[in-house]
Write a new protein. Structure first.
Length: 366
């Protein structure tokens, strides 16, 4: 199965299934000398692990990471870094009945048609648990970005149609509620709405917003390797994401050029912008402003409410999905969005080091 490798220079390859022995990632292209320990990675994995509230799957996993290679005496060696997380509480029997039918909203049918075979235990590679490898690799990418003064912050902007009030925006509050929302009142409203949907076996979706500060100008390319295009691919590769927009996004289609254009001005002796409708990207290249984009996340497809589907014998049947599932995906997907953003930025930043001959000469003639 191809398609499990991401990046050109800072390259990651994820592996493993939801109910296999474990999951992990191999990172190739990480520079030597980066301070790295398991705690650095565990901090990010703890943000996505299950069982942290009644609004996530009750599956209890420590998601404890093990560094298998690429680190010596607390620093990266420049060789491939291999990370593993072992599954401990998989209950494959919960999924035995779905081996014979296709769950609505899942990849069961398409996986079957592509490969003629599928691992029905929790979705296999199509499971949200695959994101463990992404988050683990993203933790390393975020350490690299921190060395460059770049910071990534994502949060739930909206869940179940209930959005945050930017006048009450408090990023510290994000980590104080079960929904990763930087608005306490909005989180309380979501809690009540989520409970009402859970009581009838239904689920809800939402929108994740991500901001990147400290970005330098000149990252990305003007054609097929655009910064915004690569971000879109990275974020859309997350299983539950169904939409992506950067800057004003679809709202830009409703206004005029006079409003949408970001006018340039001098700020502290440097070129700056009066507005940021572009979301920090012009012509596929970073303009030095804050990167701002949003991802639309669909409701969890595994619900206990009665649904119609088809079995492998071609019969119409009704099903109620059993097992341990998240009533919403958004809260645990926030850190996944940050991870995929970090992987994209590091790869393009490394690529940019060869963009100008004068800088190549400057580096090697020092």
């Amino acid at each position: 199965m191809a398609g499990s490798v991401f990046g050109n220079i800072f390259k990651v390859s994820t592996w493993g299934e939801s109910h296999g022995e474990g999951l992990g990632v191999v990172i190739d292209g990480c520079p030597a000398g980066l301070p790295l320990c398991e705690e650095d990675i565990q901090e990010q994995l703890d943000r996505r692990k299950p069982g942290q509230s009644k609004f996530t799957t009750p599956r209890k996993e420590d998601d404890e990471v093990h560094i298998l290679s690429g680190v010596f005496e607390g620093k990266t060696t420049g060789t491939p870094i291999s990370l593993a997380v072992y599954n401990k509480t998989q209950r494959s029997a919960d999924y035995s009945e779905i081996a014979n039918y296709y769950r609505p909203g899942h990849a069961d049918y398409t996986f079957d048609k592509k490969f003629g075979f599928r691992d029905y235990r929790g979705g296999g590679r199509s499971s949200g648990r695959e994101t463990i490898g992404r988050v683990a690799a993203g933790a390393i990418a975020m350490k690299i970005l921190k060395e460059l003064g770049i910071n990534i912050t994502a949060y739930a902007k909206e869940i179940g149609g209930i959005g945050i009030d930017y006048d009450k925006f408090d990023i510290a509050e994000r980590d104080n509620n079960a929904f990763n929302m930087p608005d306490k009142e909005a989180a309380e409203k979501v809690k009540a709405f989520a409970e009402s949907k859970m009581s009838v076996g239904d689920s809800i979706g939402g929108v994740i917003e991500c901001r990147v500060t400290g970005m330098m100008t000149g990252i990305g390319n003007p054609t097929f390797e655009k910064l915004d295009a690569n971000l879109a691919k990275a974020i859309m590769s997350i299983g539950a994401v169904k939409g992506f927009e950067i800057g004003d996004g679809f709202e830009a289609a409703k206004v005029t050029g006079k409003y949408n254009n970001d006018e340039f001005v001098m700020k502290d002796g440097r070129v700056g912008k009066l507005t940021n409708h572009s979301g920090g990207v012009l012509g596929g290249i970073s303009d030095g402003d804050e990167l701002m984009f949003r991802a639309a996340v669909k409701p969890t497809p595994s619900i206990s409410a009665l649904q119609e589907t088809v079995n492998k014998q071609g019969e119409d049947i009704e099903v109620s999905i059993k097992g341990r599932h998240d009533p919403m995906i958004v809260p645990r997907a926030v850190v996944v969005v940050e991870a995929m953003t970090a992987l994209t930025l590091v790869d393009l930043i490394f690529d940019n080091m060869t963009a100008r001959m004068d800088r190549v000469k400057e580096f090697y003639r020092k």
